[in-house]
Each structure stands twice: as C-alpha cells, then as structure tokens.
Design a protein around this ligand. Structure first.
Ligand code: SF4
Ligand code: SF4
Length: 384
C-alpha cells in the first residue's frame, strides 16, 4: 500500500474516487506538473478533495498522458502515480453519477450493447413502419424534388417524433449537467456569468489542454514515439465540428421549411446540403480516427471499462453520417425509402442515447472548463 494513503482525509463514495484523492494528495505535494494543463493549477487551489472536486478535476483532464510520462513516481515506483488512468476511471464513473433519470445510468456500464441494440431496434421500427404502411411498388418508385421525403412520412409527424426525442435528450442532459455543476460546488446562478462561459467556449473549441496547453504536453523528446504521432486533436475536431455542422444543417432546413416554404430535399448547392455533407464526412472520419488513435495509446492511460462506450460512440456517429451521405447520393433512386427509414431510425436512436454515452464528456468538460475559468479569476493556489 502506498505510503501516501495516510494523508487522505475525505471519505469517498467509491474506490475510484479514493484513488484519485490519493494521487491528488501526492501531486499537491510534488507540483512538478503544474505547467502542463488546467488540472494541476485547479488541484493547487485545494487542500482536501471532495467527490465533487475529484469529478471536476477528472472532467478537466483531457487524458493527454503528459503527466504520466513526466512523473518520477509512476510505476514501478511504489507510489504508483498514474493521474491520467485514475482520472479516466473517475470521469467514466461521473457520467453514471449524474445521469438522469438515475435508473438509466446502467446504460453507461454496457454502453456498446445498449447502443447497438437500441439503434438496431430503432432502425427496424422505422423500416417496418414504412413497409407496413406502403405497398412495395410505392416504396420502390422514384420520387424526386421538393417534398419527396414526406411521401413516406409527413413533415409534421417527423417534427413531432424527432422534436419529442430531442426534447427528452435536452432535458436529460440539462438535469445531469446541473447536478454536476452543483456537485462541483457552483450555484446555478454562476452559469449566467458570461466571461467564464466564453473562456470555456474558446478553450473547448481549441481543445487547448488536449496537448498539455501552453505549458506544453510532454515534449517530443520526452514522449514515447507513438505519442508524438497522436492525431487525436484533429480527429476530435472533425467529430465535434461534424456534429455541429449536421445540427446546423437541420436548423437551416427547418428555417427553409417554415420561413421560406421550401421543402426538402434540396439541391446539392443549397446550404442545408452543403452543411450536412461536410458534417456527415466529419462524423464518419472523426470517430473512426479517434478510435484508431486511441487503440495505439498506452493502455495504462485509459480506463479499460470505457472500451464499449468508445465503440458505441463511433458506431452511432458513423452510422448517422454514413446513412445521411448514402441518402444524399441515392435519394433519386428506388433505394430512397429504405435509406430514409434507416437514417431516421439511426438519428432517433442517437437523440435518445445522447445523455447516456460518450457525448456527455463534452458537456461535463465544458462545465469543468467554465469552473476553472471562474476560479482562476478568483482564487490563488493553496499554500503548500
Ligand atoms: S504526476 Fe507525478 S510528477 Fe506530476 S505532479 Fe503528480 S506526482 Fe508530481
Ligand atoms: S490533461 Fe494531461 S497532463 Fe493534465 S492531468 Fe490529464 S493527462 Fe495529466
């Protein structure tokens, strides 16, 4: 047992958080890594670590691995300091802690199975709905031009079904986010302060701490060879901006429909199609690249329990991008009805599953960055 356990004073609700506490006590005495990222300056503002503090630090960590490779106390040293590995485990556990409704928090545990099953069921329901409602010759007929999609599902029904699923996702995510925000010690009113939110937006958009921030990740000569080839930042940007562009495409298409009276599908040069095509490509390339990059990382930096969630994340985002792109390319053929049902089924599952998968790391990380921006402006590090 590492000698540093004698310094741990807080009771924690899990062994994962107890281990994170032990490491933060070691790091707070050492402070060698304080220039690497936001986690260490935030840690230095504290002498003791509550569960909320540790969940905050865990979500502030971007898992770059720099502090593991720099650490003189990492295994085989008896202190066994592995901050990225411990915070990765705490991060995954925090998603379950703040999930709403609580009885669905188990979806995180077997995320790969849950996402695969729900996505397949959802696609099957939409396919069955189309095949039960229409004769085969109607389904195979070629429809093109404005309103072609709504032959199989009226626009108002589509809005009702997807609006309800989206509203459920927003409410679940908001309740989880508020629970996290309160648990890390911030009042709800603090969310109205624009400066920390703006700083968090800038830091998140740039993924500032994924490579160790301004202090520099482990320098090229310090890193193992495979770390210097890590392309996670590029693939993360492709995934995030791909998702954002697809969302923007939907918003613009909705504005076209209700404000301009123009019905989908649109020409290839119309804004919703351009945004959706670029977004779809990002959603296919980004998650696959992220997974490939992750599979090459040193396993000690990762939580082995997150493998299913990572695969599920790739699957649902890539399936959304692929079915959307296939629908775009083949919309003027007899495959349109089948591809439309598949795409709608996958997107419906994506909406329902957003609060119970890897997507939540973006929400909690943004809030952790906002808190860091806020306290960086109001706190000085606790003295040693
Ligand atoms: S990770 Fe290691 S080197 Fe860095 S602050 Fe902690 S104990 Fe010190
Ligand atoms: S962001 Fe990188 S340097 Fe900072 S705690 Fe996480 S793994 Fe360590």
């Amino acid at each position: 047992m590492p000698a540093t356990n004698m310094h741990t004073t807080m009771h924690h609700t899990s062994s994962v958080l107890a281990e994170a506490d032990r490491l933060m006590v070691v790091c707070n005495s050492c402070r060698y890594c304080e220039g690497l990222c936001a986690v260490f300056p935030a840690m230095e503002m504290r002498r003791i670590f509550t569960d909320g503090d540790l969940n905050y630090l865990a979500n502030l960590c971007h898992g770059c691995g720099a502090c593991y490779f720099d650490c003189q106390f990492s295994p085989p040293h008896e202190f066994e300091v592995n901050v990225p590995g411990a915070l990765a485990k705490a991060r995954i556990e925090s998603y379950r802690t703040y999930a709403w409704p609580r009885f669905l928090s188990g979806l995180f545990a077997r995320n790969g199975v849950a996402v695969g099953t729900i996505a397949a069921l959802s696609a099957l329901v939409f396919l069955a709905g189309f095949f039960v409602s229409y004769d085969p010759d109607v389904l195979q007929k070629i429809y093109s031009g404005p309103g072609a999609f709504y032959v199989f599902m009226p626009h108002n029904i589509m809005v009702l079904i997807f609006g309800a699923a989206f509203l459920y996702a927003i409410v679940s995510i908001a309740i989880g986010a508020l629970s996290f925000w309160r648990d890390i010690g911030e009042p709800v009113a603090a969310l109205s302060a624009p400066a920390p939110l703006w700083q968090a937006t800038v830091d998140a958009a740039q993924l500032k701490y994924l490579d160790g921030g301004e202090g520099g990740c482990a320098s090229a000569e310090d890193q193992p060879k495979d770390q210097s080839k890590d392309r996670r930042k590029i693939f993360h940007h492709l995934t995030f901006y791909g998702f954002a562009l697809c969302f923007a495409s939907t918003v613009v298409a909705t504005a076209y429909h209700y404000l301009l009276g123009r019905e989908a599908p649109y020409a290839w040069y119309d804004l919703p199609v351009i945004l959706g095509t670029l977004g779809g490509l990002g959603l296919v390339i980004g998650p696959v690249g992220l997974f490939t990059a992750k599979s090459k990382r040193d396993p000690v930096l990762l939580d082995p329990g997150s493998y299913g969630m990572d695969v599920a994340f790739i699957f649902i985002l890539s399936a959304t991008g692929l079915t959307g792109l296939a629908l775009l390319v083949l919309r003027d053929t007899s495959f349109m009805s089948t591809l439309l049902a598949l795409h709608l089924g996958v997107v419906f599952a994506l909406f329902l599953l957003l609060p119970y998968g890897k997507f939540m790391h973006g929400i909690y990380r943004f809030l952790a960055l906002a808190r860091y921006a806020k306290e960086r402006g109001t706190h000085q590090p606790a003295s040693e």
